[in-house]
Design a protein. Structure first.
Length: 200
């Protein structure tokens, strides 16, 4: 699915609103929206070019090798649903593997249970990995930040120049509401410059 690819036809001149594009507000001189060096589109705030997808992605989080797709503004909530479903399936599989084991003492116990035992151990390891991934994403969502912004905070110009630790944080409730209940593209520039007391 489209994770929120930035398309060249979305660029709208300031002051124009044709209903399809996203109006980019006037940016103060010290922060500039840059044009991507790869696909040559003007990147909105929080967008990043993915070299594997060869597109700029809005509110870029990461490129998921398991899905072979980027996780961005349009599909990030579905990625959380995917992780949740995966966790439930792993917990169910772990329960099935554990309930298949019988613990009666016998000389051939290991030989009779080796398949279920190995299955349970593998499921346990994958469950821990998926649980940690889900919890870390939920934490970042509650702070209204992305994996890319969290890992590269010192290299991103709009975060380096901000007086706030996270200029997009609107509080846990609004962050979660905006993430799970908002179905439109957000003009992050408006929140950024409002939080930094700059004119929009």
């Amino acid at each position: 699915m489209d994770p929120g690819f930035v398309k060249p036809e979305e660029e709208v001149k300031e002051g124009e609103d044709k209903g399809q594009g996203v109006v980019i507000p006037l940016i103060p001189g010290d922060i500039k929206l840059r044009r991507c060096g790869y696909c040559l589109v003007k990147q909105p705030m929080r967008a990043k070019h993915c070299r594997l997808c060869q597109h700029c992605v809005r509110r870029y989080d990461h490129h998921c090798p398991w899905l072979e797709n980027c996780v961005g503004e349009r599909n990030h909530p579905l990625f959380i649903v995917y992780l949740s479903v995966q966790l439930v399936v792993l917990l169910w599989g772990g329960h099935v593997a554990w309930s298949g084991l019988y613990f009666e003492q016998s000389q051939e116990w290991l030989q009779d249970n080796i398949f279920l035992l190995v299955s349970f151990l593998l499921i346990f390891i994958f469950t821990i990995v998926v649980l940690l991934l889900l919890v870390s994403h939920l934490y970042l969502i509650s702070c209204n930040t992305t994996t890319w912004e969290f890992m590269s905070h010192h290299r991103i110009s709009y975060l380096r120049h901000s007086e706030l630790e996270n200029p997009f944080d609107q509080g846990i409730i609004l962050n979660l509401w905006g993430f799970f209940c908002s179905h439109h593209i957000t003009a992050w520039e408006n929140i950024y410059f409002h939080k930094n007391s700059e004119p929009v």
